[in-house]
Design a protein around this ligand. Structure first.
Ligand SMILES: Nc1nc2c(ncn2[C@@H]2O[C@H](COP(=O)(O)OP(=O)(O)OP(=O)(O)O)[C@@H](O)[C@H]2O)c(=O)[nH]1
Ligand SMILES: [Zn+2]
Length: 290
């Protein structure tokens, strides 16, 4: 039987299958392959004669997040407050690059719309759309404007990420409360102490899964290979094969199609500047060789 791991506690994994949620142990052989089941894993399970479930196969992962440890995340809602704290575009770019690097599709969710004007909203939306990302506005605190977010959960495993104070916990609570209310359960999230260490879980909402803890708590990009960085900027993609040099990093190389596109205003200049700043940081880092 096939299923997806929703949570793991003390060596037991809770696998959602077509026959409901089944408590499973992992077969010992995974340890030899140094493979450990992760929340989000798609697995094959078997039920033995005494009705105990075992995970016998872990299917190949499309992505692996380390913090929180979740496999097969398909998209991230990158949550930023428009105000309080003010949106910081460098930080937003960092989150977007980390999502791309992890092969996770990102959508930008701008929270605290109650604190800003229509003009501010339009200006920020245009700026973010111009780099190729969808934007939605929400008010997590009042639980309003969450419809398009909820619709986007269908068919995905979604993680929320964003800086401190953006409203991620408020949003996770709002989203999970809405299902608890729909199902008549009492939300266990509300009473949860802030400092309790716990493992992440997938919450099933609207035919999709939401990771119940925010992702990417560290934003360091040191581990990114400088020659790979460019692939984390989707707006460069259509120019890849138009640069003179194969493997062009769009830096100091001559006849670079990306630099030309920046000059022509086809690529957002501040995004390109961010790319170059990050590229130079990686270039000057310990391991970088040019
Ligand atoms: N005005 C306004 N405030 C909000 C909204 N959503 C959340 N807040 C407030 O913003 C503050 C931060 O919200 P949190 O949900 O704790 O933010 P977080 O992203 O989880 O922050 P960390 O836990 O530090 O990572 C809280 O005081 C919330 O009440 C909103 O839509 N409008
Ligand atoms: Zn180039």
């Amino acid at each position: 039987m096939e299923g997806i791991i929703l949570k793991g506690i003390g060596g037991f994994y809770y696998v959602k299958t077509e026959q409901g949620i089944i408590e499973c142990k992992a077969r010992g052989k995974f340890r030899y392959d140094s493979l450990k089941p992760m929340v989000g894993d798609k697995v094959t399970i078997e039920i033995d004669k005494s009705n105990k479930g075992y995970i016998v196969k872990i299917h190949e992962r499309s992505s692996e997040l380390i913090r929180p440890t979740v496999a097969n995340v398909t998209q991230a809602y990158v949550v930023f407050a428009i105000k309080n704290p003010d949106i910081n575009f460098d930080l937003l770019n960092r989150f977007l690059v980390l999502c791309e690097y992890n092969h996770i599709h990102a959508k930008v969710c701008l929270n605290k719309v109650d604190l800003c004007s229509e003009e501010e909203k339009t200006e920020i939306k245009e700026k973010i759309n111009s780099i190729g990302y969808d934007v939605c506005f929400i008010n997590a605190k009042k639980h309003i404007m969450l419809e398009s977010l909820k619709e986007g959960l269908a068919g995905n495993v979604t993680v929320l990420c964003g800086p401190s104070g953006a409203g991620k916990s408020t949003l996770i609570n709002a989203l999970s409360e809405s299902i608890h209310m729909e199902t008549g359960e009492i939300s266990e999230k509300i009473g949860r102490g802030k400092h309790t260490t716990r493992h992440s879980e997938l919450i099933e909402i609207n035919e999709g899964f939401l990771v119940d803890t925010p992702g990417f708590s560290t934003l360091t990009m040191d581990f990114i290979d400088k020659d790979q960085l460019k692939f984390a900027f989707p707006e460069f993609e259509e120019y890849y094969d138009k640069c003179k040099f194969r493997g062009c990093n769009h830096y100091k190389e001559p006849n670079c199609a990306v630099k030309k596109a920046v000059e022509e205003g086809k690529i957002n200049k501040s995004r390109y500047d961010f790319y170059i700043r990050t590229f130079e940081e990686l270039l000057n880092g310990r391991n970088a060789k040019w």
